[in-house]
Design a protein around this ligand. Structure first.
Ligand SMILES: [Fe+2]
Length: 203
């Protein structure tokens, strides 16, 4: 029998493979290989309630992937890196991620971390950075993203956002929630982000 994480992994790969703007190949190496599944204790989060609204607004390209995620949300392991002490209670109630692949996720990898991020409405995820380089692809919803000292910019579903190693980035949502997929490589894959603008804006 196919498990929920296995179905999600297949849909995740298909979505990435069909993007009109390709993700750099170094992020995709290894993603297509058979992966060892972990037996993890399920964990749910308050922010999962946003998934129905997100699915309702999804473009055709990501609708199947998001519906799969929404329908199986209770069979997955959701996580939070921060606490209310970092960004407040509203942030914690409206934020969460699912590591599908990685050093602690549903499928084992020491080379790449991949999964999903949810931000509810009215969330500001302040400037932070980490050693791994990162790709975000918004799947549905609306958000603005800022890189380095730049301005906040709206990115559309299906667009590829790249954050080089140790370059600050921030996100904020307005009236709509956001669902994005992420990929991490080239650094510690379970590192807690440093919450501050990076000293060197190297991009
Ligand atoms: Fe990041």
């Amino acid at each position: 029998m196919t498990t929920a994480p296995e179905r999600l992994l297949q849909a995740f790969r298909q979505y990435l493979g069909a993007l009109s703007e390709p993700v750099p190949s170094r992020f995709l190496e290894g993603l297509g290989e058979p992966m060892q599944a972990r037996d993890l204790a399920l964990r749910t989060l308050d922010c999962l309630a946003h998934l129905d609204r997100i699915a309702a607004s999804a473009p055709p390209e990501s609708h199947g992937l998001i519906r799969l995620l929404a329908d199986h949300r209770d069979q997955l392991v959701w996580g939070q890196t921060y606490t209310a002490a970092d960004f407040g209670q509203h942030f914690i109630d409206n934020y969460g991620w699912l590591e599908l692949i990685g050093t602690r996720g549903h499928f084992e990898s020491e080379e790449i971390a991949a999964g999903f991020l949810i931000l509810g409405p009215g969330v500001h995820y302040p400037d932070h950075h980490h050693a791994a380089e990162e790709i975000y692809v918004p799947l549905a919803g609306e958000a603005e993203w800022r890189k380095g000292n730049g301005s906040f910019l709206r990115w559309q579903p299906g667009e590829v956002i790249h954050h080089p190693s140790n370059v600050s980035h921030a996100m904020r949502t307005g009236s709509e929630p956001l669902l994005a997929l992420y990929l991490w490589r080239g650094g510690p894959l379970a590192q807690r982000s440093v919450i501050a603008p990076a000293e060197t804006e190297a991009f």
